[in-house]
Each structure stands twice: as structure tokens, then as C-alpha cells.
Design a protein around this ligand. Structure first.
Ligand code: PMP
Length: 338
């Protein structure tokens, strides 16, 4: 028996991905982070950040947690805050999926929607959340803290303490590589540091979506982006504090067509209904497997569920409007009459 929903965060299954493994002659494993109580890998960061704020004495009883998020961190923070008796204020770019915004409202988070702007613009959701946290800290008798997931290294420390060691234990230490995409970098850096501490020979890779600057940075030293992606929660234009010192050995770039092909195949053939970032991650794992050669074991992250993107990735009209292929099974509908 668990005494709180917070104890249900983490300890997620590690699932062998059949087609990716067959294709590469490697064992490709997906950590089922969509099975966390808040439905994503970000529950871990939310819990680690809140625990750290409490330990530092920054978050007082009845206080407010403020954050700028693409959604999943907010959902995790609201869950943790509700379980511990805090208030949550979330700033989200209006480009994010309706499903995530609905989940935030359903969780009781106070939602502030802002137009999507680059980080350099003071209207950017992260920058708005920082100012809001400062204002609420001054105005609210119980105080407020800014979770600051991008530059608060409690985020990556949470992954270093939990996600990385779990992967090591679940593979019996027989893991040769780990790959994932970056939003804050907490997962990549935390898992990377934990696995390297166990074995310096583990290859750590980044799978970067189009429109993100990190592939060019790790490949050639220059923070430079081109193109765009419909994936959410990933892509980064700067070296966040969580990314500083991340042990990255391998970098690849994954476009939406490749990522979505994998998302749809995993849903249709393996019963894994996932969001777009998981497709980027599995594509990255396949690239690293090809780079290392057959016989290796590579782990990646299955970040969240496809249910969170029903109105986008799994909507035929949306896909067509973006010029992306629509999988036939998505349009089969009710062909069998009752
Ligand atoms: N996938 C999804 C769906 C996410 O919401 C996030 C977090 N923004 C990530 C991947 C990336 O995780 P991290 O912030 O640890 O880099």
C-alpha cells in the first residue's frame, strides 16, 4: 500500500520495443513514463522541485507554486501541490494542446495563457511566470515560489536520483546507450550523469526535433536552429542550467514525419499510444542503435500519452493541414455496422 499518490511517481516499467529492436538487431527499451500518476515524465521533475523548495524553506504551508510550462510540468506540479496543500499558478503558451490545458484546469491549477514568443521576448511564457512569481511572493501572505524547471537543477537531480538508477537496475546494468530529446534537459542530463557514474562506457545521445538549436550545438558547437516541429514539450534554443555539463556523446536530428511514423507504428503494432516527443526519442534510439551496431541495449523515454494530443497528432484534418501523412487505421472509423 502507498500512503500518498506521490509515492506512485516513478518506478515505471521498462518495455522492449519490438519493431525498433528487430530493425536494428539491438534491444531497444522504452521507459513508460506515461504511466506516472500525472501521465508524464514531468511528474518526477515536479516532485523533485517541490521537495527541494520545501527543504530549502522557500515553500511555506499554503504557499503558491508558479511555473511556465508546455503543460506536462504544470500537470505534475498541480498534482504534487494538491497532494501537499499548495496552490498552483501555470503560465502556458496558447499553442499547446487543448487536452493539456483542460487537464490543468481540471487539476485546479490557475491558468494564464500567453501568446507563444521566443525566450528573448519579455512576453515569453517562462519570463512571464518569473515575474508573476515575484509579484505573488510579495502580495500573497503565504508566499510563492517559481519552480523554474529550466534552470532549477533540482529537476535534473530528481532524474539522477530516480530515472537513471531505475534504468540501470531494470537492465541489470546491461545498458549500452541512452537517448532522449530535451525540453529543460533535466531528463537527459540527470539520466546521463547517473548512467555515466555507473559505467563510463554508456553512450548518451540527444534526439533533437527540427526548430531546436541543440543538434547543431552538440554536433558542431554552434547554437543554431532551422525548421519547425509540431511536437510539444521538446526543443530548446539555449543551454539551460540543467544542460550544463550533460555528458552528451551522440547527437541526431529527427523531423516530424519520422517521429510520427514511429508514433503511429507503436500505436498500431505494439499497443503503445504515445505523444510526439516519444516518437522523436524512439527515432533517436534507432539512430544510436545503428551507430553502435547490433547486439547493444539502448533505453529511451516514452514521455506521455497520445491521448494528450487527440486533437492534433491523432486528428486526420490536422495532419493533412500540416502536410503530414495520415495513417490508414486512423480513418478506418466505424466500418463495421452494428
Ligand atoms: N516530452 C514531453 C511531452 C515533455 O512535456 C517534456 C518536458 N517539457 C519532455 C519530453 C522533455 O523533458 P525534459 O524537460 O526533462 O527535457
Amino acid at each position: 500500500m502507498l500512503t500518498s499518490v506521490l509515492d506512485a511517481i516513478g518506478h515505471t516499467p521498462l518495455i522492449k520495443l519490438k519493431r525498433a529492436s528487430e530493425l536494428t538487431g539491438c534491444t531497444i527499451l522504452g521507459k513508460a513514463e506515461f504511466m506516472n500518476p500525472g501521465g508524464s515524465v514531468k511528474d518526477r521533475a515536479a516532485l523533485a522541485i517541490v521537495e527541494d523548495a520545501i527543504a530549502r524553506g522557500a515553500l511555506r504551508p499554503g504557499g503558491t507554486i508558479v511555473e511556465g510550462t508546455a503543460g506536462n510540468t504544470g500537470i505534475g506540479l498541480a498534482l504534487v501541490a494538491n497532494a501537499l496543500g499548495y496552490r498552483t499558478v501555470i503560465v502556458i503558451p496558447d499553442t499547446q494542446s487543448q487536452e493539456k490545458k483542460d487537464l490543468l484546469r481540471m487539476s485546479g491549477a490557475e491558468l494564464v495563457e500567453v501568446p507563444a514568443k521566443p525566450y528573448s521576448d519579455p512576453g515569453n511564457y517562462v519570463r512571464v511566470s518569473e515575474r508573476l512569481a515575484r509579484r505573488l511572493a510579495a502580495e500573497d501572505a503565504n508566499g510563492a515560489v517559481w519552480a523554474n524547471q529550466f534552470d532549477n537543477v533540482a529537476n535534473r537531480a530528481g532524474h539522477e536520483r530516480t530515472t537513471g538508477p531505475e534504468i540501470w537496475e531494470q537492465t541489470g546494468g546491461a545498458v549500452d546507450g541512452f537517448v532522449c530529446a530535451v525540453g529543460t534537459g533535466g531528463t537527459l542530463a540527470g539520466v546521463g550523469l547517473a548512467l555515466k557514474a555507473k559505467s563510463a562506457g554508456v553512450t548518451i545521445g540527444i534526439a533533437d526535433p527540427m526548430g531546436s538549436a541543440l543538434f547543431n550545438y552538440y554536433d558542431g558547437g554552434e547554437l543554431k536552429a532551422s525548421g519547425s516541429s509540431i511536437t510539444e514539450g521538446i526543443g530548446q534554443g539555449r543551454i539551460t542550467a540543467n544542460l550544463v555539463g550533460a555528458p552528451v556523446d551522440f547527437a541526431c536530428q529527427v523531423d516530424d514525419r519520422e517521429a510520427l511514423g514511429i508514433v503511429f507504428a507503436l500505436a498500431e503494432e505494439e499497443g503503445l499510444l504515445l505523444g510526439g516527443s516519444s516518437g522523436v526519442n524512439v527515432a533517436g534510439a534507432i539512430r544510436l542503435a545503428k551507430h553502435l551496431g547490433p547486439g547493444h541495449t539502448i533505453a529511451t523515454i516514452l514521455c506521455d500519452s497520445g491521448a494528450r494530443y487527440a486533437s492534433k497528432l491523432f486528428d486526420a484534418d490536422f495532419l493533412r493541414a500540416k502536410g503530414l501523412p495520415v495513417p490508414p487505421w486512423l480513418e478506418r472509423g466505424a466500418r463495421i455496422s452494428p
